[in-house]
Design a protein around this ligand. Structure first.
Ligand code: SAH
Length: 227
């Protein structure tokens, strides 16, 4: 096995990061079928290296998830882009993200819609997300500490809800907090593999569910998650 000693390299400058981000958009996203120009544009702007832990910065634009501490991960760029594209945002929406983690996806949501509430259950991560988002000037994103498996009723209804952790079933409170016609994107299944589902709430209160792609997320804990 060949070990690559990345620690010996100089830290990348701003131009290198931009170049890496352009390559990510080109090969990992556009090259694999992501076509929403707003999503591609946002992913080309938000600096992923500002969200990953310092020791892993050199891997910020890898085609993989990365650990962010406390056993949690920032998703693979392609999975983030897929979820954002399937949410179909146009710009005027108010959105809830469950599982803020380091705040990367929340920052992207902030670029794509009007107002974002990002709820996180682990205090250190909520603090990290808040710090990262403030440093980068994402003033339309509010990080909330709490159990997002029950949603965030204080600001409901939402024009979209995106869950970045895997649930054993679709939590009823999340569906109840959707505006009529709005989508909920959520990975549903066992802890080792799930299917990304899009649930829409019709105006008569009934729901419509589409199964999108296979995925593997860390578990959604809390009252309506994995016990
Ligand atoms: N979107 C994040 C990655 C999320 S990883 C990013 O861009 O970095 C999944 C996150 O969901 C973890 O931080 C985990 O702590 C959080 N989580 C799990 N269960 C939760 C719950 N019930 N409420 C809020 N956050 C939860």
């Amino acid at each position: 096995m060949i070990w690559r000693d990345d620690s010996a390299k100089d830290p990348p400058g701003a131009q290198d990061w931009e170049e890496q981000r352009r390559e990510m958009v080109r090969w990992q996203l556009r090259g694999r079928g992501i076509h929403d120009e707003r999503v591609l544009g946002a992913m080309g702007r938000v600096p992923r290296q500002e969200f990953v832990p310092a020791s892993l910065r050199h891997r910020s634009y890898d085609d993989s998830p990365l650990p962010i501490g406390r056993g949690q991960t920032i998703s693979q760029p392609l999975m983030v882009a897929t979820m954002l594209e399937e949410l179909g945002l146009q710009g005027h929406e108010r959105v809830l993200e469950v599982g803020a983690g380091c705040g990367y996806q929340a920052a992207l949501l902030g670029e794509l819609c009007r107002e974002v509430y990002a709820i996180e259950i682990i205090p250190e991560l909520a603090e990290m997300a808040r710090t990262n988002l403030a440093r980068l000037g994402h003033a339309n994103v509010e990080v909330v500490l709490g159990d997002g498996s029950a949603g965030y009723p204080a600001k409901a209804p939402y024009d979209g809800i995106i869950v970045a952790a895997a649930a054993p079933h679709v939590p009823a409170p999340l569906v109840e907090q959707l505006a009529p016609g709005a989508p909920l994107l959520i990975p549903v299944g066992a802890w080792w593999s799930q299917v990304l589902q899009r649930v829409r709430r019709r105006s008569d209160g009934s729901t419509e569910t589409e199964k999108l792609v296979g995925c593997a997320f860390v578990p959604l804990v809390g009252e309506h998650g994995i016990p």
